[in-house]
Structure formats: structure tokens, C-alpha cells
Design a protein. Structure first.
Length: 532
């Protein structure tokens, strides 16, 4: 794992004159093309450092859909299923194709059949799967095989591949790429995940294959088992050291600068205005974590007054706290009456704290601009291994041991947030005791495993949303109505994202073919292939 550091792009200015033409068109620093490591750094940093992107698709849609976050005006997209700004459903697509996928395809093309870049080529193929998986899991059928081939192959109107075919190619790519990694195949430079560690990249590739293999359990159980067992046989993550983490820098978002990716994009949203832009943890999450004695709760969330004063310590001396209805926003309605009875703090002084500030906000730890972002963690792998053991797949035994290992790993990783306290053994054991005795039946095990997966995916709403759609856990109550609020779907939770309207203009025929496979309408209530 490697801290994100500044990287430099060289820009050659065209002066528009003919004097000294030769000298003006000679690169003074001698760089003929972009070094692959710089490209890899940018790709990895962009995945969690782009504020405008994560604000919309993740914090405004996915995290509210799985009832992690509420409170902000933007969360009604996912909290109430209201399409108030349809363009927000397009942001991930419209940024990822011309930025991340264009860069990753260029990196793949420039390193193929180059001996000293063999490992870089393999890493690029693994990253390609990781990036495309996020897109197809949210949208369904997408341009894949012909995408990003306009310049190299003249394919300006890429067809939309069916998701089942995309997934089949994912597994081929991951198998071949992990097998190609080797000590004699060149260095992996610019790597924010593992600082070029080849064995950790193999474990990342297999852990990604494990995640995607389990995605098929509703639609093709035999293929799911095959891919899961292949991933386990290849070697998945074995400790928190293997977690794919990007450590961001303490850098604020600069309005209008779409290239700034060094700070954590989610944290930049939370710090955009006072009170974390109105974001609050939901009562669904807070109540569950409270009931299970989960010590991560006060790392995930805190209570702060409008001036930023931290009143979280006063929770232990009589100040009640909780989450917010996932379908509310923070400046609306009688739940936020400022006239509250005072409570006494630890010194006996009176505190007047409104309901607004008694509802937990994203904490100062997770909101730190230099907070890390976790792409795939050992805790996730342990929970998936617990499911494999529950299914008797891959020779994995003892689902309870893997489940408890996941709790320990997730609690340990939480301390990586800046200035976050380490979780004590006493508090960890109290969390573990909440799941004793461990369920003996399959569905009981699936429930507790994937409720914990949901907790573990806090601030990775897109992955939490995909795992929820696959497993049905936790058993969320869809929003129908609440006083002055009305569901945009009549109480049916969306199952996918809308295709961008720009596709109707630039690639209409292929878009229409994909929409026809959805039943003729680009409906966010339709399900992607694996979500049957």
C-alpha cells in the first residue's frame, strides 16, 4: 500500500508562430510518451478522488439506496427513488469511459508484447476488469469489446455487449492476467495499491474474481461455484496488508478543477459546507450497529454542532443520538425542532442540542480530506469465504471462523482513518459475542454474513448496492411515503441506473438494441442480468 503523492504532467505549449519552429517543437525534457506508471497512478487516484463524480453516483444514489446515508438534499435520488436530476445517474458512465477506460485501454495497448512491461500489462488488464465491473453492475449491458476502439480500430459506434458475455470475458481476463504476473516480467511503477508488489497483485486479481464469481449465484450457480473455487485455488487476500487502499492527501476540492484527485472525493463532499453538506447516517445503519455493539459506529459517525464542535463524547452522559430517516434531508420538517430540553455534559454544564445535531454525521475520521478509500478488503474476502464455507465450496471450512475473522479485519482497518482510535479487544469481543451462537442454517448464515458485508461497505455504496441486489441482505424496507414525502416509484426500489441521454445522440442504434433487451424501456426498475 502506498500513499498518494503528487505527479506531474508535461504540457507542451503551441505558440502559433513560425520563428524558431524547430526549437519550439523539440520537447526540452526529452519525453516521447507518457510513462506507464504515471498513467496507472492517475487511473487509481481518479477512482476515489473525483469529488463531482462520487457525490452523484455514490453518495447521492447508491449509499442512500442501501440506507447508509440520508440527510442531504441529494440523497432523495436513492432515498426516495425520485429522479430530481437525471444527469446524476449518468455521471459515472460519462466520466469513466473517456477518462479511466480510455487511459486503461491505452495502457494495455502500449504495453502489450513489451517484455519489460509484462507485469504492467497484466495489472492494466486486472484494473480494466475492476473498472468495467463497476459500470456493468450499475447499468447492465454496456459497450465493452468495441469500446475505446475509435482511434485504434475505427469503431466509433460500439455495440452494447450483453452482461453475461462481459462477465465471461472478465473471468478469462483475470485468469490470464494473474497467471502472467511474475518476478522476471518487469517492475510495476506508479502503483498506489501495492507499490509494485507482484504477489499482492495476484491476490487482488483472485479476490476480484471471488467477488465477481459470487455475483452469479442467482443466475448461474454452477458457473458461480466454478469461478469462486478457481479464485480460492489461485490465492486470495490473507491479511489486511493485502487490502487495496488508496491513501489520499489533505487537499480540498477546487471548484471547476476536474483534474484534482489527490484528496478523498467523498470527504471533499462532506466538507463542502458546514454539517457535512447535510449528510447523516441513517437510522437503519445506526440502529443495527447499536444493537450489535459495533465499535465501528463512532468511527463511521459522530455528532457535531454547527460550528464544528465535537459533542460525540457527551453521548455517554445522557445525550441521545441516532440516525436519520434515509428519505429525509436535514433542513426540512418537524424532526428538526430547535427547542430541546438541555442535557448535562461531563462537567455538569448544560448543552442545548437540537435534533439536527443529535443525528450522526459522517465522522471527522471518515470525513478527513486525507481519509483512505478501500477498494477490496480482506474483511470482504473473509465474508465471501464464510459464504463459500456455508455452501461447501472450494474446500473452505468453518464459516464462523471466517465470519469472526472478517469482524476483526474490518475493525482493524477502521483505525486507518486519520486519528481514528484503535478498537480495543474488549469492544471487538463484544461485537463478536453479538453473533453467538452463530446460525446453523444456511439462510441464517447468509443473513448475518451479508448484514456485515453491508456494514463493511460503508462509503462504498456502489458495491453495497450490488451485494444487496445479489443477496437480499440486509432486509431493507423500501420507501413508500412519510408525511410530506412520496416515493418516486410507488415503493419499489430501483435495480439499475439509467443510460445517459448522450448515448441516444451518439450511439442511438446500439443503445436501442440494449434497451430492447430490457423490454423496450430504459427503466431503472428493470434488473441487470445477474439480478434475476
Amino acid at each position: 500500500m502506498k500513499k498518494l503523492t503528487a505527479y506531474i504532467f508535461v504540457v507542451v505549449m503551441a505558440f502559433g508562430c513560425t520563428d524558431h519552429f524547430d526549437s519550439l517543437n523539440t520537447n526540452p525534457v526529452g519525453i516521447a510518451e507518457l510513462e506507464p506508471g504515471i498513467q496507472l497512478t492517475k487511473i487509481q487516484a481518479d477512482l476515489s478522488g473525483q469529488r463531482e463524480e462520487v457525490w452523484r453516483y455514490d453518495l447521492g444514489i447508491c449509499s442512500p439506496l442501501v440506507q447508509h446515508l440520508g440527510g442531504s438534499w441529494w440523497t432523495q435520488h436513492g432515498g426516495q427513488y425520485n429522479v430530481v436530476e437525471k444527469s446524476h445517474w449518468y455521471t459515472l458512465w460519462e466520466n469513466t469511459y473517456p477518462r479511466d477506460l480510455k487511459n486503461i485501454q491505452d495502457l494495455i495497448d502500449r504495453t502489450v508484447d513489451v517484455p519489460e512491461y509484462k507485469n504492467m500489462h497484466a495489472v492494466a488488464r486486472i484494473m480494466k476488469v475492476y473498472i468495467y465491473a463497476r459500470i456493468t453492475d450499475l447499468y447492465g449491458d454496456i459497450p465493452y469489446k468495441e469500446a475505446i476502439k475509435g482511434f485504434t480500430e475505427g469503431k466509433l459506434l460500439p455495440k452494447y455487449d450483453e452482461q453475461k458475455d462481459i462477465y465471461a470475458d472478465f473471468f478469462v481476463e483475470l485468469e490470464e492476467a494473474t497467471a502472467a504476473l511474475g518476478a522476471d516480467n518487469g517492475i510495476i511503477s506508479g502503483d498506489l495499491f501495492y507499490d509494485g508488489n507482484i504477489e499482492q497483485w495476484k491476490r487482488f486479481g483472485n479476490s476480484l474474481r471471488l467477488r465477481l464469481g459470487f455475483r452469479l449465484t442467482k443466475v448461474d450457480l454452477a458457473e458461480a461455484q466454478k469461478q469462486v473455487e478457481a479464485a480460492i485455488s489461485g490465492g486470495v487476500m490473507t491479511s489486511n496488508e493485502d487490502a487495496a487502499v488508496v491513501y489520499h492527501q489533505n487537499i480540498e476540492f477546487v471548484n471547476g478543477d476536474d483534474t484534482e484527485n489527490r484528496g478523498n472525493g467523498r470527504s471533499q463532499v462532506f466538507n463542502a459546507t458546514p454539517n457535512s453538506e447535510g449528510f447523516r447516517l441513517t437510522n437503519t445503519l445506526v440502529d443495527y450497529m447499536t444493537a450489535t455493539n459495533d465499535p465501528r459506529l463512532t468511527i463511521y459517525g459522530g455528532t457535531y454542532l454547527g460550528d464544528g464542535t465535537d459533542i460525540t463524547p457527551h453521548l455517554q452522559v445522557g445525550l441521545s443520538y441516532g440516525g436519520m430517516w434515509w428519505n429525509e434531508w436535514s433542513d426540512h420538517g418537524p424532526l428538526f425542532d430547535e427547542n430541546n430540553d438541555p442535557v448535562n455534559d461531563a462537567n455538569g454544564d448544560q448543552l442545548y442540542v437540537s435534533h439536527t445535531y443529535r443525528q450522526m454525521q459522517p465522522s471527522k475520521y471518515v470525513s478527513a480530506l486525507n481519509a483512505p478509500f478501500f477498494h477490496i478488503t480482506y474483511a470482504e474476502v473473509e465474508l465471501l469465504l464464510a459464504e463459500a464455507a456455508a455452501r461447501n465450496w472450494g474446500g473452505v471450512a468453518d464459516p464462523e471462523a471466517h465470519f469472526m475473522g472478517a469482524l476483526e479485519a474490518s475493525c482493524g482497518l477502521s483505525s486507518l482513518y486519520p486519528n481514528a482510535p484503535e478498537i480495543s479487544t474488549v469492544d471487538l469481543n463484544a461485537l463478536k459475542d453479538s453473533f453467538s451462537p452463530f446460525p446453523a442454517d444456511f439462510e441464517g448464515r447468509m443473513e448475518v454474513i451479508h448484514e456485515q458485508m453491508w456494514v463493511n461497505f460503508f462509503l462504498n455504496g456502489a458495491e453495497a448496492y450490488s451485494n444487496y441486489r445479489r443477496t437480499g441482505y440486509p432486509e431493507l424496507v423500501p420507501f413508500t411515503s412519510l408525511e410530506w414525502y412520496v416515493s418516486g416509484t410507488g415503493g419499489v426500489m430501483p435495480r439499475r441506473f439509467f443510460y445517459p441521454e448522450s448515448e441516444a445522440i451518439s450511439n442511438g442504434n446500439n443503445l436501442n438494441e440494449a434497451v430492447s433487451r430490457l423490454g423496450g424501456s430504459d427503466d431503472f426498475l428493470q434488473r441487470v442480468w445477474w439480478d434475476k
